[in-house]
Design a protein around this ligand. Structure first.
Ligand code: ADP
Ligand code: MG
Length: 227
């Protein structure tokens, strides 16, 4: 059963002039796969990931995730779907700088109220440990280095045990050791938890070790590699 099904998606930006950024993009992804999205700068990778994350809703064609069609859904519906099913790691972390590291990780789970706050705190601490930043838990997020903040952002993306974890170059500003730690973690989450990983990356090694690579050139898929 396909978890993600993308059919004939076109995306246009209208400003400063009308430009087609995705051109007849179609593909399917099974649950539990680790998929890399590659291509040159400007080829449409981030645009595609934003559509899949349901944060951008202006497109032609069909995007089905977990049997639900995203086209035409209201913003509150999409926000609820996203909160429950998608963990997103941005290229540059976007933590709340004035809040503690722990609070940043806990917030998406406190919003969903699936667990008590003490259970959420326990899980947040476990994730911070897994990502090697447990000793930073009570600091304000703004006091951490860029690489540490990125690992906190990854912990935050995992707190609600999302069906799909999406990252836009999530290891791009980590040193090679921490990039490998994060890659191995994502690999484990897909292999052992059945979580599906979609990762935009420039890193050839990550692309080679993924289950599948979708390569974009000028908004069109021109190669799909099975890992
Ligand atoms: P990539 O992530 O592969 O580098 P993007 O998806 O960010 O590429 O961008 C694809 C194209 O769309 C680029 O030409 C970029 O300039 C353009 N673009 C991206 N976002 C916007 C926007 N909000 N408004 C107008 N054009 C955009
Ligand atoms: Mg990009």
């Amino acid at each position: 059963m396909n978890l993600i099904s993308v059919k004939h998606v076109n995306k246009y930006f209208l400003q400063p002039a009308k430009m087609q950024v995705l051109n007849d993009v179609s593909f399917e992804i099974e649950k539990g796969k680790f998929v890399a999205i590659t291509g040159k700068s400007g080829s449409g990778k981030s645009t595609l990931l934003y559509l899949l994350s349901t944060m951008d809703t202006a497109f032609e064609g069909s995007i089905r995730i977990n049997q639900e069609e995203m086209q035409g859904k209201s913003n509150p519906w999409l926000a609820d779907f996203r909160n429950h099913h998608i963990g997103f790691v941005f290229q540059f972390h976007y933590l709340l700088p004035e809040f503690s590291v722990l609070k940043n990780v806990m917030l998406p789970a406190l919003k969903l109220r699936r667990y008590s706050s003490s259970e959420i705190e326990h899980r947040a601490n476990e994730l911070l440990k897994l990502l090697g930043v447990a000793d930073q838990a009570h600091k304000r997020a703004s006091l951490l280095s860029g690489g540490q903040q990125q690992r906190v952002a990854i912990a935050r993306a995992l707190i609600n045990e999302p069906l799909i974890i999406m990252g836009d170059e999530p290891t791009g500003n980590l040193d090679s050791h921490n990039a490998a730690v994060v890659f191995d973690l994502f690999k484990k989450l897909s292999a052992e938890n059945g979580q599906t990983i979609l990762m935009v990356t420039h890193d050839e090694d990550i692309a080679k070790r993924s289950d599948r690579t979708i390569h974009l050139t000028d908004g069109k898929i021109d190669e799909v590699h099975l890992g």
